[in-house]
Design a protein around this ligand. Structure first.
Ligand code: ATP
Ligand code: MG
Length: 256
């Protein structure tokens, strides 16, 4: 579904990514781990069109996307969350989910006005679906709260709710458990399992919580200083000396 082929990116003298290659197959959950500053978010920016690569190729479902805009890439069915989510703070949680679905309607119906009855029907179905998703996420009680007023962890769950509404083919998640209260981390893990199993959404996730990585990921790539230093199953990479010395031995990798 996604092929990153020998992508390099520099910021002035800093070589943020050096000949990075990775593959994500349809239906997989693939992890991307590595120390702070190793280039994980930069790679996400490049895959989703927010930054341009210097060299290499990015293919989504076989077609090159490294010259496409974020909007064009999203319309193909590839979306992402941000490490620090800030969108939609002045909207309620429910409206955030509705907005994610409305984008779908606008993308799919060329002339929404001509199809008004159908749009109204879709809108009603979307409200029902949004409420169902809030319930799945344990957020029913805060559906009418402004997202700016809820906890960082709950905001991360709203981000996941937006993805369930948008139903992309592939979603890139940048640290879905970061800042999430330990008691909610299982809700995040369970939601990602539902995304793949029930919605058929393929996932590429940056994650420092190694328990989440082990429970979720079929395959993991390890970045260090802009290079892929290891790839394999969670069990395989956890035994690699280079991974332990550059990352797993550090304080950032968490196991709780
Ligand atoms: N727009 C930019 N301009 C200049 N340097 C940048 C830019 N974006 C990222 N960098 C640098 O590129 C390197 C990789 O950063 P990136 O944010 O991709 O790391 P990361 O692996 O996501 O780290 P973290 O785990 O802290 O989120 C860092 O040294 C960072 O300072
Ligand atoms: Mg990052």
């Amino acid at each position: 579904m996604l092929e990153v082929d020998s992508v390099s990116k520099s910021f002035a003298a800093l070589r943020a990514l050096q000949e990075v290659s990775l593959r994500v197959g349809g239906g997989e959950i693939v992890g991307l781990i590595g120390p702070n500053g190793s280039g994980k978010s930069t790679l996400f920016d490049i895959i989703t069109g927010f930054q341009r690569r210097d060299e290499g190729k990015v293919l989504f479902q076989g077609a090159p996307i490294h010259a496409s805009s974020p909007d064009a890439i999203a319309r193909l069915g590839l979306i992402r969350t941000f490490q620090h989510s800030e969108g939609g703070q002045r909207m309620t949680a429910l409206d955030n989910l509705m907005a994610a679905a409305r984008n779908q309607i606008e993308a799919n119906l060329p002339s929404a006005l001509l199809l008004l009855p159908r749009v109204l029907r879709l809108e009603r179905a979307n409200v029902a679906r949004a409420k169902e998703i809030l319930s799945l996420l344990g957020l029913s009680a805060i559906g009418n709260e402004h997202v700016g007023n809820i906890s960082g962890g709950q905001r991360k769950l709203v981000d996941l709710g937006r993805i369930l509404m948008a139903k992309p083919q592939l979603c890139l998640l940048d640290e879905p458990t970061a800042g999430v209260n330990p008691s909610l981390i299982n809700v995040v893990i369970d939601t990602l399992i539902v995304m793949r199993r029930d919605e058929g959404i393929t996932l590429l996730i940056v994650e420092h919580n190694m328990r989440a990585v082990s429970e979720l990921c079929d395959k993991v790539y390890v970045l260090a200083a802009g290079r892929v230093i290891a790839e394999g199953t969670p069990a395989e990479i956890q035994n690699e000396e280079a991974v332990i010395s550059s990352y797993l031995g550090s304080r950032r990798a968490a196991y709780q």
